[in-house]
Design a protein around this ligand. Sequence first.
Ligand SMILES: [Zn+2]
Length: 616
Amino acid sequence: MKSANLCYSIRPSNPQAHLFEVRCTVRDADPAGQRFALPAWIPGSYLIRDFARHVVAIRAESAGKPVALEKIDKHTWRAAPLGKAQVLTVISEVYAWDLSVRGAHLDQTHAFFNGSSVFLRALGHEQRPCLVDIQRPLGTAFQDWRVATALPRAIGERGAARQHGFGLYRTASYDELIDHPAEMGTFTLAAFTACGVPHEIAISGRHDCDLTRLTTDLTRICEWQIRFFGEPAPMPRYLFLVTAVGDAYGGLEHRASTALLCARDDLPYPGMKGLPERYLTFLGLCSHEYFHAWNVKRIRPATFTAYNLDSENYTTLLWAFEGFTSYYDDLTLLRCGLIKAKKWLELVAKTIDRVQREPGRQRQTLAQSSFDAWTKYYRPDENTPNAVVNYYAKGALVALALDLTLRAETDSRVSLDDVMRTLWERHGERDDYRGPGVGDEDIRLIAEDLSGLDLRRFFADAVHGTPELALASLLKPFGIVLKRTAASATPTLGARTSNEGNDVRLATVYEGGPAQAAGLSAGDLLLAIDGLRVTPLGLERLLCRRTSGDTIRVHAFRRDELMEFSVQLGPPASDSHKLNRKGRVNPLRKRWLQGQRASPDAHSASIDPPLPHDTT
Ligand SMILES: [Zn+2]
């Protein structure tokens, strides 16, 4: 570890106590007092998490002698001045018991970490190359542990890690150091190539995954997306880092990997037939995070081109980076032939349900929701459905609306696919090109530039306003009918409930609904309706015997005070949507679902692989 000015090491020092020992050595530390800090957040997850709160001990030394460390804010330490530039090492113990894709987790069965949870940033040295020594825990119990990470191995260095081995890895900067999560343990490993790029999937946790099925399906997804943006792929390798547990769901994107958390039942099992819903959701998650390898990791909002890891990084564009990614995650499954058009239209209809169910879409614009993600979307409470619009779901519908608009107005000459590829060409970061960040108006300008349309009204309404998207009329030219129905005939209270054992509590009271008008509040414990006890099973039975406009008497506890309410029931919630194809042949629809241009030129022919079946 002599060649780099910045060296890190990480070792599970006490797995039973969930403690890592992490060292950071700076060869030419700031003589006036070198500062070290842990990030306040992890890129991709827009919440201040203050990872430094898990540092349980920290000390510094130089030339074998202790150096005083002073804590100067919630996540920064400063070493005592050394007088001249010297080698300085900071040794910290970090508690790791957060089994999520955003943190670090360690016990006697495995270790997982994101660099943002464990590696101190040496201030002023962020742009320097680093070496990181990933060390095996001591003891015979860990002899068969391996390492799965997309961190590049420090080939040529003494002590360089072998493939999946412990030892030295190398990165070009701190930013890259914290963008490669790592797993240590006895995970299952499978490999495949997509468009010549080596890919791996590592699964930790108990599972019975059919790896052949999974790698076959992932190959199709990855190849389709690489060809969509154009070969060669920008990442030299890619790793799906999966933790399978009883029940969980989550993913976080990185430049050459993704960390995923799933239920073991989401994974395919040997002999499995068809594409069960749970596995479809898992493939959708893989597809989503993989699409992010372009859209947000390399095509970035302008304010993300240099992250400020100390505080919130504001952007009004998460609707495009999360919403467009959400549109393309399932569309990839359709276009690469894993699902058929009927199934895909069902998934789109579910997204419409999700947006239309929540009154927050009428309160907050997508640009506002993106900007306030740190304090609103990521910090949900009982009023979130009334106050916040989900920029994933509505962003996906804006992608759909924009795609349909461009295709219909240009007779399929231009589509959202072209907008994405132009974003990649102009703004994408590749080996030989570091594009500028995406500004607030750039997506509109690109779409206008390609299509010749004036889209100011579209973006003003869809992104900076709250009018409903005109999806029904936009879908019409594509031979698709959007129907809105009530999922049940039961009149509504206008509230979302949560079950607690045999009790029912109001989780959210919808703005403008009957419960709110009657004075009921989130947190109220429902006791009785018209004198009969409310139970999770009984609530629907009590309500379905009434009709809209009926008045019911509700008894509820607010805290420990019994209260009585008179509620006039509202009409059944008509928040269920269906998309039906009308007519056998529709050229616009066919080109949309298959991802073709009107008159394929050489370029588009190469990016549209043949489909195994008709997906119109
Ligand atoms: Zn995402």
